[in-house]
Design a protein around this ligand. Structure first.
Ligand SMILES: Nc1nc2c(c(=O)[nH]1)N[C@H]1C(S)=C(S)[C@@H](COP(=O)(O)OP(=O)(O)OC[C@H]3O[C@@H](n4cnc5c(=O)[nH]c(N)nc54)[C@H](O)[C@@H]3O)O[C@H]1N2
Ligand SMILES: Nc1nc2c(c(=O)[nH]1)N[C@H]1C(S)=C(S)[C@@H](COP(=O)(O)OP(=O)(O)OC[C@H]3O[C@@H](n4cnc5c(=O)[nH]c(N)nc54)[C@H](O)[C@@H]3O)O[C@H]1N2
Ligand code: SF4
Ligand SMILES: [Mo]
Length: 825
């Protein structure tokens, strides 16, 4: 068995992973030597071995619906792009890339678009994620440099988390913080978030401020530091909807703490004033001197594994390359380095404007790589319409079916994690290797190779002639160092001469951020979100992540273990709003904005404030019907950064009592008729609808020659279909959601033959034999359910560690500890 040291492909913490393959099965553990995690992994990282299967993978190029070989696919891509460039000019072409590409892939895409096609229309999903943070740093420091490291988080006296649910989204860094606070009980933690999240578990102070009001809080603090009186505590309190006492406590802690660090993520960036909010945070660090020394500073955490690498290569439409801008000197330098006369001279279209330009017919070809905009961009109906009308949509993907690839004329199969080979940079500017340890399946190719081959077809072969990702990395490193003269902090000059062996063996490498072209306090005038609530849309919708899913679920949604924690789009609502709008726990509801509508299940949660809802961003048409929250979110953006306000949308909520609700298990999931609402769980579908569905199920099963048995008791009915003694399909329905012993049913699919007694029990939603229902799974690492935990507590387990000792829950990644605590009531 060989072990490969690589890097986790999920969040920007960038944990080192040791992967091994034995008998086709992949297992992973944390890399003890990696400075991001020192051996820890969170639940998503721990489940990586379960995501490397080939289910649903795109394995061959597809052109106009037909599988073809690479020569035809590359030929078609090159010819069709060229035809559009010839007729409409380079501005009619765009790339939409991703912070999940490797640095090498990103560099090649940026070079082709800006350097040789000659337009700067390459933007990425980082626009939805990091672009406000980039503006904040550039305005303050003159360059996009993140002035902090993870060690600063551990070695601080005050850690402020703003708009970050790190317990769920940067779990290993959060666990490092938990440990540091345990080691140093003097350390204080402040969480600033409208919701009471799992991250608040270790908070000494939680400021549940009004949505979008953060700038007021930090401007007030700056006023205090500077002795100004424009934003006194009372004014801040009114602006932010907080008590003057709590604000005073926060300010007092910040002023007196010898060291303070502020971590901020999407609750800050995803706003029409996200750039200003980032500067409001940076300002208090600059003005107080809590900056550029241990345990201090404004620390924007990156979300994606290589959001930082994308920023390094310059893969955003308003950056040029390698931390250079569209300034005359930079333009000349990059053109000379790349040996091109076609370099784009002006910034290109940013994500939201790009899709608007596609809708208007101005951009006629878009190449989407490593992102799923039909789900993740705001106003997804408009995005889908734009893609449907676009003459040429090219999608490089690992999966066959995504909401975006439905619109693709050309689908190009990319190598995924474990197959591809390159580098990523994490939140603390640390470059780590992602190494391949699996053979490339089917015809899948590295993203950089695909782009370079297309470049060749467009006639630029010479500038794209690399044979190995190391060659690309070294070229990128050379560009960062080219005519640098100490002017750009990003300088990877040390790495330019790495041999292939050295690059392959590269240890995690952190680039230095000690140099700031300037340090500027940027004036900020606080303002509230532009989403106005009114009598038609009286609630403010907040969106974000859940613990066990990754973005549009293409990788995590098929892993049973990761579907255990939260398996449906839930809408979190507080008790008083639930009563006010007539919705009950577990019921379905329709949530609507002026842009669209979705269906979600009610979860009454007193972590929510009155007037505010929360819905996860993850669900989409592969996992549900009408479960996509971006159908509601409007495409309002920050005018400087172009980042959409994904966190604030005015909506209304209405209860929906469907005619029937059901559960369907099927050996192969059928294509469902459009009158059914459904939510795909790893092994089953939950369904609801008004028009009867059972006749459809019976037709479907008998059409396949399966044997059928139906049971009807009162308002409940069920259907079983089997073939050669094997259970093929099972369906239960009722006016309320059928209560089923799910583990028993799963077991029945695995253990033929199906006896008449077993069928009878199953039709009643019961099972035969000894399978225990674990209840809601709390600890996904060890699949420990609520029932066992409650039993253990009743049986005398008095603490988290006692529970861990008995059931192992909470002893691996620790992300479930807040929920375990809650069970002690
Ligand atoms: N499990 C999991 N982890 C992930 C990801 C994932 O998909 N799943 N994705 C990764 C990526 S790309 C990213 S960008 C990060 C994102 O990491 P986070 O930013 O931590 O995640 P979110 O859940 O999007 O939003 C964080 C919090 O912002 C709060 N918020 C909303 N509005 C406001 C506001 O006006 N002010 C303040 N102060 N807070 C507000 C929300 O209530 C939410 O709790 O996560 C990364 N890690
Ligand atoms: N409402 C709302 N919307 C949001 C957010 C929010 O908080 N609220 N958050 C925003 C943020 S911060 C982000 S980062 C985005 C994320 O949104 P997306 O980037 O759209 O989400 P992913 O599911 O990560 O998409 C990655 C795609 O690339 C594919 N893929 C995986 N590996 C590879 C590879 O190696 N090569 C190629 N070519 N493809 C690959 C995956 O199958 C998947 O389809 O969503 C944004 N949208
Ligand atoms: S915290 Fe979890 S998801 Fe993030 S890099 Fe580490 S293991 Fe991966
Ligand atoms: Mo992100």
């Amino acid at each position: 068995m060989t072990e490969t040291r690589t890097t986790c492909p999920y969040c920007g913490v960038g944990c080192g992973v040791v992967a091994s393959v034995e008998g086709g099965a992949v297992s992973v553990r944390g890399d003890e030597t990696h400075p991001a995690n020192f051996g820890r992994l969170c639940v998503k990282g721990s489940a990586l071995g379960e995501t490397t299967g080939l289910q649903g993978r795109l394995l061959r190029p597809v052109v106009d619906g037909a599988e073809v070989g690479w020569p035809q696919a590359l030929g078609a891509t090159g010819e069709r792009l060229q035809a559009i460039i010839d007729k409409w000019g380079p501005q009619a072409v765009a790339f939409y890339a991703s912070g999940q590409l490797l640095t090498e892939d990103y560099y090649v895409a940026n070079k082709l678009m800006k350097g040789f096609i000659g337009a700067a229309n390459i933007d990425t999903n980082s626009r939805l994620c990091m672009s406000s943070a980039v503006v904040g740093y550039k305005r303050a420091f003159g360059e996009d440099v993140v002035p902090c490291s993870y060690e600063d988080v551990e070695n601080s006296d005050l850690v402020v988390l703003v708009g970050s649910n790190a317990a769920w989204t940067h779990p290993v860094l959060y666990q490092r913080l938990v440990q540091a606070k345990y080691n140093n009980p003097q350390m204080k933690v402040v969480v600033i978030d409208p919701r009471n999240t799992a991250t608040c578990d270790i908070a000494d102070l939680h400021l549940a401020l009004a949505p979008g009001s953060d700038a007021g809080l930090f401007v007030g603090l700056l006023n205090l530091i500077q002795g100004a009186d424009e934003w006194p505590v009372e004014r801040v309190a009114a602006f932010c909807g907080l008590s003057p006492l709590d604000i005073g406590t926060f300010y007092d802690w910040f002023m007196t703490a010898p060291r303070a660090i502020t971590l901020y993520t999407m609750g800050i960036n995803q706003s029409t004033r996200g750039s200003d909010k980032c500067n409001a945070i940076i300002n208090v660090h600059l003005a107080s001197g809590k900056f550029n020394r241990q345990g201090c500073g404004p620390f924007s955490l990156t979300g994606q594994p290589n959001a930082m690498g994308g920023r390094e290569v310059g893969g955003l439409a308003n950056q040029l390359a390698a931390h250079m801008n569209f300034e005359p000197d930079d333009l000349s330098r990059v053109a000379r380095f790349w040996g091109t006369e076609r370099l784009a001279q002006t910034p290109g279209l940013m994500a939201v404007e790009l899709f608007d330009a596609i809708a208007r017919g101005e951009v006629k070809a878009v190449w989407i790589m490593g992102t799923n905009p039909a789900v993740s961009l705001p106003d997804s109906h408009a995005v889908c319409q734009a893609l449907a009308a676009c003459p040429l949509v090219i999608v490089s993907e690992v999966m066959q079916e995504t909401d975006t690839s439905r619109f693709a004329h050309i689908r190009l199969p990319a190598q995924g994690w474990g197959e591809k080979n390159g580098t990523v940079t994490n939140s603390e500017r640390r470059i780590s290797r992602q190494r391949a340890f699996l053979p490339a399946p089917g015809e899948a190719k590295p993203d950089w190779w695909i782009i370079a081959q297309v470049a060749k077809r467009l006639g630029y072969g010479e500038a794209f002639a690399w044979e190995h990702p190391r060659d690309i990395f070294c070229e990128h490193a050379a560009l960062t160092a080219f005519e640098n003269n100490g002017e750009r902090a990003l300088n990877l000059g040390e790495l330019v001469t790495l041999s292939r062996e050295e690059w392959d063996a590269l240890e995690p490498y952190q680039w230095c951020a000690g140099h700031f072209p300037h340090r500027r306090i940027v004036p900020v005038i606080p303002s509230l979100p532009t989403a106005g609530i009114n009598t038609l849309y009286p609630l403010m919708l907040n969106t974000g992540r859940i613990r066990d899913q990754w973005h549009t679920m293409t990788r995590t949604g098929y892993v049973a273990r990761l579907m255990q924690h939260i398996a449906e789009p839930l809408v979190d609502i507080c008790r008083s709003d639930a009563a006010r709008y007539g919705v009950c726990e577990g019921q379905l509801a329709r949530i609507a904005s002026p842009r669209g509508v979705m269906v979600a299940r009610i979860h009454i949660n007193d972590a929510q404030k009155a007037g505010e809802l929360f819905i996860p961003m993850h669900w989409n048409a592969q996992f549900s019907r009408q479960g996509k929250v971006n159908a509601l979110v409007e495409g309002r953006v920050d005018l400087v950064s172009g980042q959409p306000e994904s966190k604030q949308t005015a909506v209304r909520i209405l209860p929906w009592q469907p005619g029937w609700q059901g559960e369907l298990y099927a050996r192969d999931v059928p294509e469902l008729p459009s009158f059914v609402y459904w939510w795909r769980k790893a092994t089953r579908l939950t369904l609801a609808g008004d028009k009867p569905f059972q006749p459809w199920v019976m037709d479907y099963a008998s059409g396949r020659g399966w044997q059928l048995q139906v049971a009807q008791t009162g308002e409940r009915s069920s259907v079983l279909a089997w073939h050669n003694g094997e259970l093929m399909l099972a369906f239960w329905e009722g006016t309320a959601r059928p209560e089923l012993a799910h583990p028993v049913i799963e077991a029945a699919f695995q253990s033929p033959p199906l006896t008449p007694a077993a069928r009878h029990a199953l039709l009643n939603g019961q099972g035969v034999g000894e399978v225990v229902d674990p209840g809601r799974i709390i600890c996904s690492c060890f699949s420990v359910g609520e029932n066992a935990i409650r039993e253990a507590i009743a049986g005398g387990c008095g603490s988290i560690s006692a529970l861990g000792g008995r059931l192992r829950c909470g002893t691996n990644c620790g992300s479930c500890v807040p929920e375990l605590k809650a069970l002690f009531g």
